[in-house]
Design a protein around this ligand. Structure first.
Ligand SMILES: NC(=O)c1ccc[n+]([C@@H]2O[C@H](COP(=O)([O-])OP(=O)(O)OC[C@H]3O[C@@H](n4cnc5c(N)ncnc54)[C@H](O)[C@@H]3O)[C@@H](O)[C@H]2O)c1
Length: 339
């Protein structure tokens, strides 16, 4: 039987989720809501959804929902998750960023646990098979011991205060828009707890919003990770994991809806004298947002393991807090595990 899904926040990205639900055989878009009721109405018409509302409360008072997708601007995510739990919703996918700091993430985790509610952060890239395959390759020692991770997720984002990405009060900045994926990827592939973090930030003075972060994370097992996220260079979404015996490159690591993907294992190679040995692993076109929804559906129905448990999200915000502290102090800051 199909699960009934509600969407809260009917802006640009909600369409990606609605497209997936619309085509699925396991989910039904039962209702949608947005503080801008007209936007919710237009959205509902587009996706043959019979019910649109101006708030979660109104939507919830008329419908039982098996899953709520929160796709509103970042600053309101913690509040909306807490309202949804209060109103008896039992499963939530909240778009990234789940929270703006560690305390908010911990509060969400505690509330969800207390009320036996499933909360999953929408870092959909984790559901793409290339990420699982990379992790398996690392665990099988395909490139020896991991030493270094590098990530880039960048884009020319037009500075426009009406877009949340350029608006600090709505939780904007390249870190919440893009860097959150890289923190997660570094933590996931490092195979270790983060020890300390350092970060430098660029601010757009006109809008007083962050437009770039250059970050370093040091792990307890000796792995070092570095990443760049910014809104002022071409679209790039690459991850490289370097080990004692080679490198795995994921050239298109984050956003996948319709394209085939590949990862490449690179070994040896020196200057012009020794060509690099490469091995390419290809992946059929698939939609990561769909795979994320299927994973959550299978977790609810059959107890299948989640691709991204909320405990990983909480750790990501611990590391992010250390990165942000470092921006303030200009120093390498410890990741505080025992609070
Ligand atoms: N996973 C991805 O690939 C991906 C891509 C784009 C955006 N996103 C995420 O999706 C979220 C939305 O981004 P967007 O680009 O669609 O933004 P958007 O501004 O186009 O849409 C946000 C919508 O939320 C509504 N909203 C704001 N406050 C609300 C509230 N209190 N209750 C209900 N609705 C409210 C706004 O009216 C707007 O319609 C962000 O968290 C963003 O990070 C994820």
């Amino acid at each position: 039987m199909k699960i009934n899904v509600g969407i809260l926040g009917c802006g640009n990205h909600a369409k990606t989720h609605a497209d997936v639900i619309h085509k699925s055989s396991y989910a039904n878009l039962k209702a949608c809501a947005d503080i801008d009721l007209e936007r919710a109405n237009v959205f509902a018409r587009k996706y043959d959804c019979d019910h649109s509302y101006a708030s979660l409360k109104e939507m919830r008072s008329e419908h039982e929902l098996d899953l709520l997708l929160i796709v509103a601007v970042p600053a309101v995510h913690p509040q909306l998750i807490s309202e949804a739990i209060e109103q008896g919703i039992k499963a939530i996918i909240c778009e990234k960023p789940l929270a703006l700091n560690e305390q908010q993430a911990r509060d969400i985790h505690a509330l969800a646990t207390e009320n036996d509610v499933l909360v999953v952060e929408g870092l959909m890239y984790r559901s793409h098979p290339q990420i699982r395959r990379t992790k398996e390759l690392l665990e099988s020692g395909a490139i020896g011991d991991v030493q270094y991770i590098h990530g880039q997720f960048t884009d020319y984002n037009k500075l426009n205060p009406k877009n949340w990405r350029s608006n600090r009060s709505q939780g904007g900045g390249s870190m919440t828009a893009k860097g959150c994926y890289l923190v997660d990827a570094c933590n996931y592939f490092s195979g270790s707890r983060a020890k300390a973090a350092f970060c430098m930030e660029s601010i757009n003075a006109d809008l007083n919003v962050e437009v770039g972060e250059t970050a370093t994370i040091v792990y307890e097992n000796g792995v070092t990770a570095q990443f760049e996220t910014n809104h002022r260079s071409v679209w790039r979404e690459e991850l490289r994991v370097c080990g004692t015996n080679g490198t795995i490159v994921i050239p298109h690591a984050i956003v996948t809806k319709t394209q085939k993907r590949f990862i490449e294992i690179q070994r040896n190679g020196a200057y012009e004298t020794r060509p690099m040995e490469t091995e390419r692993i290809e992946f059929e076109a698939c939609n990561s947002y769909e795979l994320q929804l299927i994973n959550v559906y299978n977790h609810i129905k059959k107890g299948v393991e989640l691709n991204l448990p909320i405990t990983d999200s909480v750790i990501n915000y611990m590391v992010t807090d250390a990165l942000m502290k470092s921006v303030e102090t200009g120093k390498l800051e410890p990741v505080l595990w025992d609070q």
